[in-house]
Design a protein. Structure first.
Length: 115
């Protein structure tokens, strides 16, 4: 197990060094205004190409990901944790209390209000 972790660590470090070296020696193109502007037959664009995005949808997405990942971690842990039933129930209760506390904090901050 320890040998596998060492091998993975060494491979990760080598890949990190390799990709950073490639980035440093690669040709960096300067941004050209002509190339990054939208094409509208030589005229200035009539409207902004990027539409505004409500930050509320981003916050809802982050909340969903956080709670979803925590649930995904909790579900298989019942099979992997070799604890007596009372210890398992205490651990599960603490994890759910943290989830519920986080949800109430988000609700109190107003992130769950749509209007």
């Amino acid at each position: 197990m320890l040998m596998t972790m060492k091998i993975i660590l060494i491979i990760s470090l080598l890949l990190f060094i390799f990709f950073n070296t490639l980035f440093l020696i690669s040709k960096h193109n300067k941004k050209n205004r002509e190339k990054t502007s939208p094409f509208e037959c030589g005229f200035d664009p009539f409207y902004n190409a990027r539409m505004s995005f409500s930050i509320h949808f981003f916050v809802v997405m982050i909340m969903f990901l956080i709670f979803d990942i925590e649930i995904v971690i909790i579900m298989p842990s019942s099979l992997t944790m070799n604890l007596p039933l009372i210890n398992w129930m205490c651990t599960l209760t603490i994890l759910f209390m943290i989830l519920i506390l986080g949800m109430f904090m988000e609700w109190k901050e107003g992130c769950m209000n749509w209007l």
